[in-house]
Design a protein around this ligand. Structure first.
Ligand code: SAH
Ligand code: SF4
Length: 460
């Protein structure tokens, strides 16, 4: 038995005061998880709960899990382990586990984590009532509550994530997502638009439309609208000033969607287009369904169609059988394309996937070396790119503060910080860049507006 830790004891409530219950949400993984955590938070707030960032003072704790890589899964297990200790001290606390760890695994998880009161799969918000009975008395149609995004303690309603398509119809050989999130299901356009309108009414200025294959949106809906149609409709919503979307699959990156981004004033000039590898044989074994040349051609089309566009990508290093030459081709591709952001991951075998049947033959040290080689190359590319921005002015939307500085993103999704007294949150600020590192830009504000500059270019 672990001795009672006084830090874990709750402070007594003042006599006569009916204490509001508190909830705490721990999230790891993709933006879809962040969106779903934010929705759970909005629901619990509606039911009268207060948010806390201290697990020890929460009545309800939600752990939103990710299993896309072993490292994420290990962190979730670590978190659940520490909550077991809390539960021994405060048996009244209600703990829920959601996210991709749960799908189809409820039985095994219940045995492994007996202190967890509720397991619910992605999007099964209605199950939350089992540990938060007050949700039964909330009038609002819970499914209709917007997905707020609250990235910091102060809570931000400047930017929000909006899921538009769930699941994935691809079967990339390394990927667990289709097994945990099912086949593609698009939300009807009217439902998405209604949600974005509600967000706009609450002051949200930027929405990011989400999906594992966001640009596959609509093929399963009556009349088969596509992402270009949805972007066009969201572009009309008053109050929304910026629109983003992720993650796009190269195979679905149609000319129509690229042209919509180029012509719609609110669509930001940023495309997230994972390539995963720079070698055709590796791509074939990854079951990515395209070649390096196909990807190259899409990037060229995106760049010639959308002036000032930035492109981000995902890379997996150390895929089974990836030779040194094949890895070198990934580096060569990145050096050739000079993309604006690269998320690099070391391969990890995942249950049920095809590649998990193949030997995970690249040693960890070698994966690490390849990971560092990609990061080093990208740091060099971005260092050069960002030095070129010195003296340029970007319009950013300020979404909050970080370490005493105001923080915002350019339309191209680059992070910019500046120091200034006053409240700048939710403002569109022209920032002149004075300092540049590969990872972010620092600058000084030269103009401020409540609304985005009309017909703004990425560099103003
Ligand atoms: N739908 C997106 C990615 C979803 S998963 C796409 O098609 O690209 C997010 C990222 O996690 C992937 O882009 C990939 O780089 C990484 N990833 C997925 N499975 C992985 C695995 N088994 N090992 C390492 N990284 C993985
Ligand atoms: Fe996973 Fe591939 Fe689907 Fe992306 S497209 S979620 S990597 S299976």
């Amino acid at each position: 038995m672990i001795p009672l830790n006084p830090r874990l004891a709750r402070a007594p409530e003042p006599a006569g005061v009916q204490a509001a219950k508190r909830y705490c949400i721990w999230t790891i993984g993709c933006q879809m998880n962040e969106a779903e955590s934010a929705k759970a938070a909005a629901m619990l707030s509606q039911a009268g709960y207060l948010q806390t960032h201290l697990e020890e003072e929460a009545d309800v704790i939600i752990v939103n899990s990710c299993v896309v890589r072993q490292a994420a899964e290990d962190k979730v297990a670590g978190k659940l382990g520490s909550l077991a200790r809390l539960k021994r001290v405060r048996p009244d606390v209600r703990i829920a586990l959601t996210g991709c760890m749960v799908t189809g695994q409820e039985q095994a998880l219940a045995e492994r984590f007996p202190h967890v009161d509720l397991f619910y799969g992605p999007s099964q918000f209605e199950r939350l009532v089992e540990i938060a009975p007050e949700l039964a008395h909330v009038d609002t149609d819970l499914a209709e509550l917007p997905h707020f995004y609250q990235p910091d303690a102060a809570g931000s309603d400047v930017t929000a994530f909006v899921p538009i398509i769930y699941g994935c119809n691809f079967v990339c050989s390394y990927c667990i997502v289709p097994y945990r999130r099912g086949r593609e299901r698009s939300r009807p356009m009217a439902e998405v638009i209604a949600e974005v309108e509600r967000l706009a009414e609450r002051g949200v200025k930027e929405v990011t439309l989400l999906g594992q294959t966001v640009n596959a949106y609509g093929h399963d809906l009556p009349g088969s609208p596509d992402l270009a149609d949805l972007l066009t409709a969201v572009n009309e919503i008053p109050g929304i000033e910026r629109i983003r979307f992720l993650t796009s699959h190269p195979k679905y990156m149609s000319d129509r969607i690229v042209q919509a981004v180029a012509t719609l004033p609110k669509a930001c000039e940023h495309i997230n287009l994972p390539v995963q590898a720079g070698d055709d044989e590796v791509l074939r074994r990854m079951r990515r369904t395209y070649t390096v040349d196909f990807y190259r051609e899409r990037i060229a089309y995106i760049r010639e169609t959308i002036p000032g566009v930035t492109v981000s990508t995902d890379i997996i290093v150390g895929f089974p059988g990836e030779t040194e030459e094949q890895f070198q081709r990934t580096l060569d591709l990145l050096a050739e394309l000079r993309l604006d952001k690269v998320h690099v991951a070391m391969y990890s075998p995942r249950p049920r996937t095809l590649s998990a049947r193949w030997e995970d033959d690249i040693p960890w040290d070698e994966k690490r070396r390849r990971h560092q080689a990609v990061e080093k190359l990208q740091a060099q590319i971005l260092g050069e790119r960002n030095r070129g921005y010195l003296g340029a002015t970007f319009e950013i939307l300020v979404d909050g503060m970080a370490k005493g500085r105001w923080r915002g993103r350019t339309r191209g999704n680059d992070l910019v910080f500046f120091e200034a007294p006053g409240d700048w949150k939710g403002k569109f600020v022209d920032v002149r860049i004075t300092e540049a590192s590969p990872w972010y830009l620092l600058g000084e504000p030269v103009a401020v507006r409540d609304h985005a500059r009309a017909g703004v270019e990425r560099v103003v």
